[in-house]
Design a protein around this ligand. Structure first.
Ligand code: NAI
Ligand code: 15L
Length: 264
Protein backbone atom coordinates (compact mmCIF):
# COMPACT_ATOMS: atom_id res chain seq x y z
CA UNK A 1 0.00 0.00 0.00
CA UNK A 2 1.39 3.38 -0.91
CA UNK A 3 -0.28 6.52 0.47
CA UNK A 4 -3.16 5.86 2.84
CA UNK A 5 -5.44 8.54 4.23
CA UNK A 6 -6.88 7.92 7.70
CA UNK A 7 -9.67 10.32 8.62
CA UNK A 8 -10.75 10.67 12.25
CA UNK A 9 -7.09 10.12 13.16
CA UNK A 10 -7.38 11.95 16.50
CA UNK A 11 -10.20 9.66 17.65
CA UNK A 12 -10.22 6.31 19.40
CA UNK A 13 -9.93 4.00 16.36
CA UNK A 14 -7.62 6.40 14.54
CA UNK A 15 -5.24 6.25 17.48
CA UNK A 16 -5.32 2.49 17.89
CA UNK A 17 -5.08 1.70 14.17
CA UNK A 18 -2.28 4.18 13.48
CA UNK A 19 0.58 2.03 14.83
CA UNK A 20 -1.01 -1.15 13.44
CA UNK A 21 -1.22 0.26 9.91
CA UNK A 22 2.06 2.13 9.92
CA UNK A 23 4.24 -0.61 8.38
CA UNK A 24 1.54 -1.51 5.90
CA UNK A 25 1.67 1.82 4.09
CA UNK A 26 4.61 3.71 2.68
CA UNK A 27 3.04 7.03 3.66
CA UNK A 28 0.14 7.73 6.00
CA UNK A 29 -1.82 10.96 5.77
CA UNK A 30 -3.65 11.58 9.03
CA UNK A 31 -6.56 13.96 9.22
CA UNK A 32 -9.02 15.21 11.80
CA UNK A 33 -10.79 18.41 12.79
CA UNK A 34 -8.76 18.10 16.01
CA UNK A 35 -4.97 18.21 16.06
CA UNK A 36 -3.02 14.95 16.02
CA UNK A 37 0.32 14.83 17.86
CA UNK A 38 3.48 12.70 17.65
CA UNK A 39 3.65 12.58 13.87
CA UNK A 40 6.06 9.81 12.75
CA UNK A 41 8.58 9.97 9.89
CA UNK A 42 6.21 8.43 7.28
CA UNK A 43 3.15 10.32 8.56
CA UNK A 44 1.73 13.68 7.63
CA UNK A 45 -1.07 15.54 9.43
CA UNK A 46 -3.68 17.64 7.64
CA UNK A 47 -6.25 19.38 9.83
CA UNK A 48 -9.58 19.39 8.01
CA UNK A 49 -13.31 19.68 8.67
CA UNK A 50 -14.98 16.94 6.64
CA UNK A 51 -17.87 19.33 6.02
CA UNK A 52 -15.55 21.64 4.02
CA UNK A 53 -15.72 20.36 0.42
CA UNK A 54 -12.68 22.26 -0.88
CA UNK A 55 -10.52 21.17 2.06
CA UNK A 56 -11.55 17.52 1.63
CA UNK A 57 -10.78 17.70 -2.10
CA UNK A 58 -7.17 18.67 -1.45
CA UNK A 59 -6.93 16.27 1.52
CA UNK A 60 -7.62 13.29 -0.75
CA UNK A 61 -5.25 14.35 -3.55
CA UNK A 62 -2.47 11.81 -4.13
CA UNK A 63 -3.98 9.09 -1.88
CA UNK A 64 -4.32 5.46 -3.00
CA UNK A 65 -6.56 4.27 -0.18
CA UNK A 66 -8.86 5.81 2.41
CA UNK A 67 -9.73 4.45 5.85
CA UNK A 68 -12.67 6.67 6.77
CA UNK A 69 -13.10 6.86 10.55
CA UNK A 70 -13.85 10.59 10.72
CA UNK A 71 -17.18 12.04 11.80
CA UNK A 72 -19.59 12.09 14.69
CA UNK A 73 -19.43 8.65 16.35
CA UNK A 74 -22.43 8.68 18.71
CA UNK A 75 -25.81 10.40 18.91
CA UNK A 76 -25.54 14.18 18.54
CA UNK A 77 -27.39 17.22 17.19
CA UNK A 78 -28.65 16.97 13.63
CA UNK A 79 -26.45 19.91 12.60
CA UNK A 80 -23.28 18.21 13.81
CA UNK A 81 -24.28 14.91 12.20
CA UNK A 82 -25.22 16.68 8.99
CA UNK A 83 -21.81 18.33 8.78
CA UNK A 84 -19.51 15.48 9.85
CA UNK A 85 -21.36 12.40 8.58
CA UNK A 86 -23.64 13.43 5.72
CA UNK A 87 -21.80 16.32 4.06
CA UNK A 88 -18.54 14.75 5.25
CA UNK A 89 -19.23 11.40 3.56
CA UNK A 90 -20.42 13.11 0.38
CA UNK A 91 -17.34 15.35 0.26
CA UNK A 92 -15.09 12.36 0.77
CA UNK A 93 -16.64 10.24 -2.01
CA UNK A 94 -16.68 13.21 -4.39
CA UNK A 95 -13.02 13.84 -3.63
CA UNK A 96 -12.28 10.14 -4.17
CA UNK A 97 -14.03 10.23 -7.54
CA UNK A 98 -12.22 13.34 -8.73
CA UNK A 99 -8.83 12.14 -7.43
CA UNK A 100 -9.12 8.59 -8.79
CA UNK A 101 -9.20 6.72 -5.46
CA UNK A 102 -10.45 3.22 -6.21
CA UNK A 103 -11.26 1.68 -2.80
CA UNK A 104 -12.57 3.02 0.52
CA UNK A 105 -12.89 1.43 3.96
CA UNK A 106 -16.04 3.09 5.29
CA UNK A 107 -16.55 2.84 9.06
CA UNK A 108 -20.28 2.32 9.27
CA UNK A 109 -21.95 1.15 12.45
CA UNK A 110 -24.17 -1.54 13.90
CA UNK A 111 -26.59 1.32 14.64
CA UNK A 112 -27.70 1.13 10.99
CA UNK A 113 -29.56 -2.03 12.09
CA UNK A 114 -29.97 -1.22 15.79
CA UNK A 115 -33.76 -1.61 15.85
CA UNK A 116 -33.67 -5.30 14.94
CA UNK A 117 -34.26 -7.38 18.03
CA UNK A 118 -31.53 -9.65 19.30
CA UNK A 119 -33.24 -12.93 18.35
CA UNK A 120 -32.84 -12.02 14.67
CA UNK A 121 -29.70 -13.14 12.85
CA UNK A 122 -28.79 -10.42 10.36
CA UNK A 123 -26.73 -10.66 7.21
CA UNK A 124 -25.61 -8.09 4.67
CA UNK A 125 -29.00 -8.11 2.93
CA UNK A 126 -31.23 -7.38 5.91
CA UNK A 127 -33.33 -4.22 6.09
CA UNK A 128 -31.74 -1.13 7.59
CA UNK A 129 -33.45 -0.24 10.88
CA UNK A 130 -31.48 2.71 12.26
CA UNK A 131 -31.85 3.36 15.97
CA UNK A 132 -30.73 7.01 16.07
CA UNK A 133 -29.98 10.07 13.94
CA UNK A 134 -26.41 8.83 14.09
CA UNK A 135 -27.47 5.43 12.70
CA UNK A 136 -29.49 7.19 10.00
CA UNK A 137 -26.43 9.17 8.92
CA UNK A 138 -24.52 5.90 8.55
CA UNK A 139 -27.39 4.55 6.38
CA UNK A 140 -26.77 7.55 4.14
CA UNK A 141 -23.07 6.75 4.06
CA UNK A 142 -23.73 3.10 3.15
CA UNK A 143 -26.08 4.04 0.31
CA UNK A 144 -23.65 6.69 -0.87
CA UNK A 145 -20.94 4.00 -1.05
CA UNK A 146 -23.28 1.77 -3.09
CA UNK A 147 -24.14 4.66 -5.43
CA UNK A 148 -20.48 5.52 -6.03
CA UNK A 149 -19.79 1.86 -6.82
CA UNK A 150 -22.75 1.48 -9.18
CA UNK A 151 -22.13 4.75 -11.00
CA UNK A 152 -18.36 5.21 -10.84
CA UNK A 153 -16.91 1.81 -9.86
CA UNK A 154 -15.39 3.07 -6.61
CA UNK A 155 -15.26 0.02 -4.35
CA UNK A 156 -16.12 0.16 -0.66
CA UNK A 157 -16.00 -2.06 2.36
CA UNK A 158 -19.02 -0.90 4.31
CA UNK A 159 -18.07 -2.10 7.76
CA UNK A 160 -20.84 -2.17 10.35
CA UNK A 161 -18.51 -2.02 13.32
CA UNK A 162 -19.87 -3.52 16.53
CA UNK A 163 -17.99 -2.29 19.60
CA UNK A 164 -14.25 -1.88 19.08
CA UNK A 165 -12.81 -1.22 22.50
CA UNK A 166 -10.08 -2.93 24.56
CA UNK A 167 -12.77 -5.05 26.28
CA UNK A 168 -16.57 -5.29 26.42
CA UNK A 169 -17.85 -2.69 28.87
CA UNK A 170 -21.30 -4.27 29.29
CA UNK A 171 -23.12 -7.56 28.58
CA UNK A 172 -24.33 -6.38 25.16
CA UNK A 173 -20.75 -5.98 24.03
CA UNK A 174 -20.11 -9.70 24.62
CA UNK A 175 -22.04 -10.07 21.34
CA UNK A 176 -20.85 -6.91 19.55
CA UNK A 177 -17.18 -6.79 20.56
CA UNK A 178 -14.49 -6.36 17.89
CA UNK A 179 -10.84 -6.58 18.90
CA UNK A 180 -8.33 -4.07 17.62
CA UNK A 181 -6.29 -6.88 16.06
CA UNK A 182 -9.30 -8.23 14.16
CA UNK A 183 -10.10 -4.72 12.90
CA UNK A 184 -6.58 -4.10 11.61
CA UNK A 185 -6.57 -7.54 9.92
CA UNK A 186 -9.89 -6.67 8.29
CA UNK A 187 -8.57 -3.38 6.91
CA UNK A 188 -5.59 -5.20 5.37
CA UNK A 189 -7.80 -7.96 3.92
CA UNK A 190 -10.12 -5.38 2.35
CA UNK A 191 -7.18 -3.86 0.49
CA UNK A 192 -5.66 -7.24 -0.40
CA UNK A 193 -8.82 -8.53 -2.13
CA UNK A 194 -8.64 -8.72 -5.94
CA UNK A 195 -12.21 -7.50 -6.17
CA UNK A 196 -14.34 -5.93 -3.47
CA UNK A 197 -17.40 -4.37 -5.07
CA UNK A 198 -19.48 -2.64 -2.43
CA UNK A 199 -19.57 -5.17 0.37
CA UNK A 200 -21.26 -4.93 3.74
CA UNK A 201 -19.23 -6.57 6.49
CA UNK A 202 -20.12 -6.84 10.17
CA UNK A 203 -17.08 -5.75 12.15
CA UNK A 204 -17.28 -8.27 14.97
CA UNK A 205 -14.86 -10.76 16.52
CA UNK A 206 -15.50 -14.50 16.80
CA UNK A 207 -17.72 -14.11 19.87
CA UNK A 208 -19.75 -17.03 21.34
CA UNK A 209 -22.97 -15.04 20.97
CA UNK A 210 -23.56 -13.14 17.75
CA UNK A 211 -26.45 -11.50 15.87
CA UNK A 212 -24.52 -11.08 12.63
CA UNK A 213 -23.62 -13.41 9.78
CA UNK A 214 -20.78 -12.45 7.43
CA UNK A 215 -21.39 -15.16 4.81
CA UNK A 216 -21.75 -12.62 1.98
CA UNK A 217 -18.25 -11.29 2.72
CA UNK A 218 -16.54 -14.71 2.95
CA UNK A 219 -14.71 -14.12 -0.34
CA UNK A 220 -12.53 -11.50 1.38
CA UNK A 221 -10.98 -14.25 3.51
CA UNK A 222 -11.19 -12.39 6.83
CA UNK A 223 -11.38 -14.73 9.81
CA UNK A 224 -11.55 -12.93 13.14
CA UNK A 225 -9.18 -14.56 15.64
CA UNK A 226 -10.28 -13.02 18.94
CA UNK A 227 -13.33 -13.75 21.06
CA UNK A 228 -15.19 -12.02 23.89
CA UNK A 229 -15.31 -15.46 25.60
CA UNK A 230 -12.19 -14.46 27.52
CA UNK A 231 -14.18 -11.72 29.28
CA UNK A 232 -17.40 -13.67 29.94
CA UNK A 233 -16.71 -14.41 33.59
CA UNK A 234 -15.56 -10.94 34.56
CA UNK A 235 -17.38 -9.81 37.71
CA UNK A 236 -18.52 -6.45 36.33
CA UNK A 237 -20.44 -8.29 33.57
CA UNK A 238 -22.06 -10.74 36.03
CA UNK A 239 -23.37 -7.94 38.21
CA UNK A 240 -25.23 -6.17 35.41
CA UNK A 241 -29.02 -6.58 35.73
CA UNK A 242 -30.63 -7.65 32.44
CA UNK A 243 -34.39 -7.01 32.27
CA UNK A 244 -35.52 -8.79 29.06
CA UNK A 245 -38.29 -6.21 28.57
CA UNK A 246 -35.92 -3.27 28.66
CA UNK A 247 -35.59 -1.94 25.07
CA UNK A 248 -31.85 -1.62 25.69
CA UNK A 249 -31.80 -5.42 26.11
CA UNK A 250 -34.37 -6.26 23.44
CA UNK A 251 -32.79 -4.33 20.55
CA UNK A 252 -29.37 -4.84 18.99
CA UNK A 253 -28.54 -1.14 19.28
CA UNK A 254 -28.82 -1.28 23.08
CA UNK A 255 -28.93 2.15 24.67
CA UNK A 256 -29.07 3.91 21.29
CA UNK A 257 -32.45 2.24 20.59
CA UNK A 258 -34.08 3.37 23.81
CA UNK A 259 -32.50 6.80 24.18
CA UNK A 260 -34.82 9.75 23.58
CA UNK A 261 -34.71 11.73 20.38
CA UNK A 262 -31.66 13.97 20.63
CA UNK A 263 -32.51 17.68 20.58
CA UNK A 264 -30.31 20.75 20.99
P1 NAI B 1 -14.18 8.94 17.74
O1 NAI B 1 -15.32 9.85 18.07
O2 NAI B 1 -13.22 8.64 18.84
O3 NAI B 1 -13.38 9.50 16.49
C1 NAI B 1 -13.99 10.20 15.44
C2 NAI B 1 -13.08 11.33 15.03
O4 NAI B 1 -13.72 12.07 13.98
C3 NAI B 1 -12.79 12.32 16.17
O5 NAI B 1 -11.40 12.44 16.39
C4 NAI B 1 -13.40 13.63 15.69
O6 NAI B 1 -12.63 14.78 16.04
C5 NAI B 1 -13.43 13.43 14.18
N1 NAI B 1 -14.46 14.28 13.58
C6 NAI B 1 -15.74 14.49 14.01
N2 NAI B 1 -16.35 15.38 13.22
C7 NAI B 1 -15.45 15.74 12.27
C8 NAI B 1 -15.50 16.64 11.18
N3 NAI B 1 -16.59 17.37 10.91
N4 NAI B 1 -14.39 16.76 10.41
C9 NAI B 1 -13.27 16.04 10.68
N5 NAI B 1 -13.16 15.19 11.70
C10 NAI B 1 -14.25 15.04 12.49
O7 NAI B 1 -14.84 7.60 17.19
P2 NAI B 1 -14.16 6.18 17.02
O8 NAI B 1 -14.62 5.29 18.12
O9 NAI B 1 -12.73 6.33 16.77
O10 NAI B 1 -14.88 5.65 15.69
C11 NAI B 1 -14.31 5.87 14.41
C12 NAI B 1 -15.36 5.60 13.35
O11 NAI B 1 -15.87 4.28 13.49
C13 NAI B 1 -16.57 6.54 13.46
O12 NAI B 1 -17.01 6.86 12.17
C14 NAI B 1 -17.62 5.70 14.17
O13 NAI B 1 -18.92 6.09 13.80
C15 NAI B 1 -17.27 4.30 13.68
N6 NAI B 1 -17.64 3.27 14.65
C16 NAI B 1 -16.89 3.07 15.77
C17 NAI B 1 -17.24 2.08 16.67
C18 NAI B 1 -16.40 1.74 17.86
O14 NAI B 1 -16.69 0.73 18.51
N7 NAI B 1 -15.36 2.51 18.20
C19 NAI B 1 -18.45 1.25 16.46
C20 NAI B 1 -19.17 1.58 15.25
C21 NAI B 1 -18.77 2.54 14.39
C1 15L C 1 -20.93 2.96 17.64
O1 15L C 1 -21.34 3.16 16.51
C2 15L C 1 -20.14 3.98 18.37
O2 15L C 1 -19.30 4.71 17.51
C3 15L C 1 -19.33 3.41 19.51
O3 15L C 1 -18.89 4.48 20.34
C4 15L C 1 -20.14 2.41 20.31
O4 15L C 1 -21.22 3.04 20.92
C5 15L C 1 -20.63 1.31 19.39
O5 15L C 1 -21.34 1.84 18.29
C6 15L C 1 -21.52 0.28 20.08
O6 15L C 1 -22.62 0.01 19.59
O7 15L C 1 -21.08 -0.28 21.08
Amino acid sequence: MKRVLITGAAGHLGNVMRPRLNDWATEVRLSDITKVDNIKANEQFVQCDLGDAAAVMSLVEGCDAIVHFGGVSTENTFDNILNGNIKGAYNLYEAARKNGVKRIFFASSNHVVGFHDRETLLDAHCAMRPDSMYGLSKCFGELLAQYYYDKFGIESAVVRIGSCFPKPSNRRMLSTWLSEGDLSDLIKKVYAADRLGCTVIYGVSDNPSTWWDNRHAKFIGWTPKDSSAVFENEAYLQEEQADPNDPAVRFQGGGFACAGHFED
